[in-house]
Design a protein around this ligand. Structure first.
Ligand code: ATP
Length: 337
């Protein structure tokens, strides 16, 4: 069945990696009707705003989007477009799978998923400075806000994800020993949710500093990690660094009514326009999108073709130690399909 989906190619390397992804999806025979929209700097050039109403309306209608990285211009009062999209559609779950693909890495057997709460905590936007005497910024304050409902739905999402994807263990990462109110509420609620999965999915608790250390000592011990907004941001980048960096890290932002799939990396202005960016993260984001619409076979074929292109055909972009261009990598994946 054909499905309409919003396409936002993005800024910097976004258009290059998205073009590569569209070619691979065509080779796969994936059935998306794309409604192309704009965001970030490209949207400012076209529509005078980084997040045009037409883009929001499209995502509202399709409930499904593939998006490249967006650049938020510094100054000009623009807030992050990516964060604004998450807030607008209440995309409360950020899902970032991290898996060893490239052989010869330090950690050959990593296969974990970081599930990060995406709309609460320190990202609610209560962030201000205060004037004392003649110093306009003598005091700075950022507030973390968490709700029991918000904690419950993200932990539930993590356990349900584990159940659906045949995963065995959920590790709850927190800092409840110091942040007694916010992180304490998260941990307390996580324990309640975990009870409902007793005997089916194991649960484990780790304080965030210990989790960060354990990740670099023995990442294979982790299966699903669920945590709050800022900790999840940091741990998922750390985890992607264990297996070859950002070029291989996809992410999904999921809510009740919409889901947006994107690479974890930014717009990489240092290499934009050169045709050398690694499109793998965007391709793996497309695979997550196929999973989301229950095209499980297509998603598995795409992941398998990508792994074969890297491992067996040895076609790799520069960030992975190879010399293939973005287009050559896409062709290698398409050939495997
Ligand atoms: P942002 O603020 O948008 O996150 P950034 O420059 O801080 O941007 P990235 O854009 O993620 O962060 O880039 C970090 C580094 O990783 C850069 O050197 C970039 O070239 C590299 N990089 C990111 N994505 C890719 C990719 N897909 N292929 C190759 N290199 C990449």
């Amino acid at each position: 069945m054909r499905r309409e989906a919003t396409l936002i190619r993005g800024d910097g390397i976004g258009p290059e990696i998205t073009q590569a992804t569209l070619q691979v999806l065509e080779a796969l025979g994936a059935q998306f009707d794309w409604d192309e929209q704009y965001g970030g700097v490209t949207a400012i050039e076209k529509a005078g705003t980084p997040l045009p109403d037409a883009t929001l309306e499209s995502v509202r209608r399709t409930g499904l989007a593939l998006k490249g990285p967006l650049t938020t211009p510094l100054g000009g009062g623009y807030r992050s477009v990516t964060v604004a999209l998450r807030q607008e559609f209440e995309l409360y779950a950020n899902v970032r799978p991290v898996k060893s693909i490239v052989p010869g890495g330090k950690f050959p057997d990593v296969d974990l998923v970081v599930i990060r709460e995406n709309v609460e905590g320190l990202y609610v936007g209560i962030d201000r400075t205060f004037k004392v005497g003649d110093d306009p910024k003598a005091l700075a304050q950022t507030m973390s806000v968490m709700t029991r409902d918000g904690c419950r739905r993200i932990v539930r999402y993590a356990f349900e994800y584990a159940r659906k994807h045949g995963r065995k263990k959920v590790t709850v990462v927190h800092k409840a020993n110091i942040l007694k109110a916010t992180s304490g509420l998260f941990l307390e609620t996580a324990r309640q949710v975990a009870e409902g999965y007793e005997g089916r999915i194991a649960v484990d608790e780790k304080i965030v500093d210990n989790a960060a250390m354990q990740l670099v000592i023995n990442p294979a011990q982790f299966d699903v990690i669920v945590t709050t907004n800022l900790f999840g941001d940091i741990l998922s980048d750390e985890a992607s660094g264990l297996v070859g960096g950002l070029g291989l890290a996809p992410g999904a932002n999921v809510g009740e009514t919409a889901a947006i799939f994107e690479p974890v990396h930014g717009s990489a202005p240092d290499i934009a326009g050169q045709g050398i960016a690694n499109p793998a993260a965007q391709l793996l984001a497309a695979a997550m999108m196929l999973d989301h619409v229950e095209e499980l076979d297509a998603a598995a074929r795409l992941r398998c073709a990508l792994e074969l292109a890297i491992v067996k055909d040895n076609v790799r972009t520069r960030d992975l130690g190879g010399s293939a261009s973005t287009a050559e990598f896409a062709r290698a994946v398409a050939r495997r399909l």
